[in-house]
Design a protein. Structure first.
Lengths: 115, 111
């Protein structure tokens, strides 16, 4: 998986449930990102973290939460407040100061479906 | 806010023809412009990138051009093949330290 692993690959959520998507990287990257992908909408930034114990909201943070307790891990929780969570979720990482030169490394994604 | 516009949203070409995808960006401070290819159900993969001190970059059948004055950049694929069929995303590095993506172009190459 190129050093960044997302799990599970498929996830089903019932109405009113919180679910957590896992993202782990062994690339020693400082920065990690979560994007949501809907058909025709491209990649929209949910949250990002440049260093451990710090994170910032992206363009569509409402209904989501994150934590960054370890450099390697950046889990995303989709809360019951997110009314339309069905989408493909992508995690990415970059070394500090290098996103502007080498872009991101993406995980393989988690497809979340509300049932 | 910062924005990247990408056109067209869909593009269909015959095998062997060329394909061109165009993007414009709003943040004049952007200095890095990558292009990603995403096959169905898979992760985006970086295929080529360009930095603001360069006007053009080539890698075999793909090339990217950048016009900083007009704030637009383009992806050119020559001699297209069926395996080039995918969704292509342009991006610009924003002032907040993250990539801003276009909405994607679905390229179909017909044999």
């Amino acid at each position: 998986d190129g050093g960044i692993t997302q799990s599970p690959k498929y996830l089903f959520r019932k109405e009113g449930q919180n679910v957590t998507l896992s993202c782990e990287q062994n690339l020693n990257h400082d920065a990690m990102y979560w994007y949501r992908q809907d058909p025709g909408q491209g990649l929209r930034l949910i949250y990002y973290s440049q260093i451990v114990n710090d994170f910032q909201k992206g363009d569509i943070a409402e209904g989501y939460s994150v934590s960054r307790e370890k450099k390697e891990s950046f889990p995303l929780t989709v809360t019951s407040a997110q009314k339309n969570p069905t989408a493909f979720y992508l995690c990415a990482s970059s070394a500090a100061g290098t996103a502007a030169y080498y872009g991101y490394t993406f995980g393989s994604g988690t497809r979340l479906t509300v049932v | 806010g910062e924005n990247v516009e990408q056109h067209p949203s869909t593009l269909s070409v015959q095998e062997g023809d060329s394909a061109v995808i165009k993007c414009t960006y709003s943040d004049s401070a952007s200095n890095y412009f990558p292009w990603y290819k995403q096959e169905l159900g898979k992760r985006p993969q970086l295929i080529i990138d360009i930095r603001s001190n360069v006007g053009e970059k080539k890698d075999q059948r793909i090339a990217v051009t950048l016009n900083k004055t007009a704030k637009h950049f383009s992806l050119h694929i020559t001699e297209t093949q069926p395996e080039d069929s995918a969704v292509y995303f342009c991006a610009a590095f924003g002032s907040q330290g993250n990539l801003i993506f276009g909405k994607g172009t679905k390229l179909s190459v017909k044999p």
